[in-house]
Ligand binder design. Structure first.
Ligand code: NAD
Length: 482
């Protein structure tokens, strides 16, 4: 019997008044149900928001250093229950257990930096135009925050939103993805278990309509969203009607350019990891490799050899390095992209169709796939696939490589592998992305701004020092003392 979970409000699970439920299943074995969750409507959302709004003033007036100390205890609790939560994540999202453990470890690392912001909520003092007067700025919390998150990083993405929101003095409601509700609820339960005041951090479950109800709620003053560009656009429009701010981190079509690399083996290692961790379901996944034509054949051979080593399977089994896709819809979507690419003339170098034999038939498995001879006008060269699919696109000049890299709607992250300093510099200057890596995959660090441009991002980047600009307002104070 699957367990029923209410929303997490004011420090406890709350049974809903009405019975609209949805279930979450293990993508490696669809027979395994993780639980039944509330498909929250306007009423459930109002209950969660009124709880965070009720304690907002008290939390805002608690000194930042005290908030940081309380949140530090929450982080310790998360560290202590890391493996328990990682197992829930792997059963619900699908990624190999070690990846789930690493994700929680990284969340804690990013949060450590962020909690220091409790000590750095600085304004500045300026010379006043008037005598006997101080002119200064102070930072104040923006107000109750809604955090709406996707299913691919069900701990890291919520943590990137909740920790900065809370430490800067805001209370928050998390709405995790409808595909990973249990991981989201458990995260919020664990963070609360270390003594956060009740109502500072709540969670409601549900899908799009639950997210919309949150965005529309009059008490919500800021929406931090991660997910698809389509949903980001829709949230931005809704929020504009109430003039509340949105931080949106959205899709990507991240290129890696290989141009006379210092080491082909190293480049392949970085590309494979950046492209296939989380089965390619990462906003920062490298999804297209643009390669100097002279190096294309060597790179293709090396990639095929490396990808053949990846082992698909249930993320809880030892030795598995490629988990399932998170949902049947995602499996259908990824298969469709590959079929259309082949029809448009791409050459299948490896993989290409869902795994349906034996144990794989229980879940949503797709093998590591490499499409070669891809050209700029193909759909696969432009659209986000969000699966274990990499494309190889040969070009003749560096100018062409840069133009191809930029010729997409997205602008999240990019990498170049080259030993030519001038090529590296021109790439860094010319690439239209929020992040760029030279001789390194697209893995970001825990204290640096994270975000995209173009259709990949709106608002200050999360992670690192920029994020407090989203969660605080600047108040200018003139104090005439004489
Ligand atoms: P999604 O947009 O379908 O859903 C994301 C969240 O938004 C979910 O909680 C969903 O219930 C909610 N939602 C959907 N439509 C909504 C609406 N109109 N109003 C309010 N809430 C709404 O995305 P997904 O399929 O869960 O995740 C995959 C996408 O997320 C990919 O495009 C990926 O690139 C992107 N992503 C981006 C980043 C980043 O930092 N840039 C990180 C991870 C994932």
């Amino acid at each position: 019997m699957a367990e029923y979970y209410g929303n997490y409000i004011s420090g406890r699970y709350v049974a809903p008044r009405r019975a609209a439920w949805f279930e979450s299943v293990n993508p490696a074995d669809r027979e395994e149900r993780l639980g039944l969750f509330v498909d929250s409507g306007v009423q459930e959302v109002a209950e969660a928001v009124s709880s965070i709004a009720g304690v907002a003033a008290r939390w805002a007036s608690t000194p930042g250093t005290e908030r940081a100390a309380m949140l530090q205890k929450a982080l310790i609790a998360l560290g202590e229950r890391k493996e328990e939560l990682a197992r829930v994540m792997t059963r619900e999202q699908g990624k190999p257990l070690q990846e789930s453990m690493n994700e929680i470890g990284k969340s804690i690392g990013e949060a450590q930096f962020m909690l220091g912001e409790g000590y750095r909520l600085n304004g500045y003092t300026a010379m006043s135009e008037k005598p006997g007067t101080w002119a200064q700025t102070v930072r104040v919390p923006v107000g109750p925050v809604a955090a709406i998150t996707p299913w691919n990083f069900p701990v890291l993405t919520p943590m990137r939103k909740l920790m900065p929101a809370l430490v800067t003095g805001n209370t928050a409601v998390l709405k995790p993805s409808e595909y990973t509700p249990l991981t989201g609820l458990k995260l919020v339960e664990i963070l609360n278990s270390a003594g956060l005041p009740g109502g500072v951090l709540n969670a409601v479950t549900g899908g799009r309509s639950t997210g919309e109800a949150l965005v529309k709620h009059h008490a919500i003053q800021a929406i931090t969203f991660t997910g698809s560009t389509a949903a980001g656009r829709s949230i931005y429009k809704l929020a504009a009607e109430r003039l509340v701010r949105v931080q949106a981190e959205m899709g990507g079509k991240n290129p890696a350019v290989v141009w006379d690399p210092p080491s082909m083996d190293e480049a392949v290692k970085h590309i494979v990891s950046a492209a296939f961790l989380c089965s390619g379901q990462r906003c920062t996944a490298i999804s297209r490799v643009i390669v100097r034509r002279a190096e294309a054949a060597e790179l293709e051979r090396a990639l095929v050899a490396a990808l053949a080593e990846l082992r698909p399977g249930n993320g809880l089994a030892a030795g598995v390095t490629l988990g399932p896709l998170t949902s049947e819809a995602q499996l259908t979507k990824v298969s469709g992209f590959v079929q259309r690419a082949v029809r448009e003339g791409a050459r299948l170098a490896l993989g290409g169709a869902p795994l349906l034999e034996g144990e794989y038939a229980k879940g949503f498995f797709f093998p590591a796939t490499l499409l070669a001879d891809v050209t700029e006008e193909m759909e696969i060269a432009r659209e986000e696939v969000f699966g274990p699919v990499l494309t190889l696109q040969p070009v003749d000049t560096f100018e062409e490589a840069l133009a191809v890299a930029n010729h997409v709607e997205y602008g999240l992250t990019a990498a170049i592998f080259t030993k030519d300093l001038s090529i590296a510099g021109r790439f860094v200057d010319g690439i239209q992305t929020g992040m760029v890596h030279v001789n390194h995959g697209t893995a970001p660090e825990s204290h640096m701004p994270f975000g995209g441009v173009k259709a990949s991002g709106v608002g200050p980047g999360s992670v690192g020092p920029t994020t407090k600009d989203f969660f605080t307002d600047i108040k200018t104070v003139y104090l005439k003392h004489t």
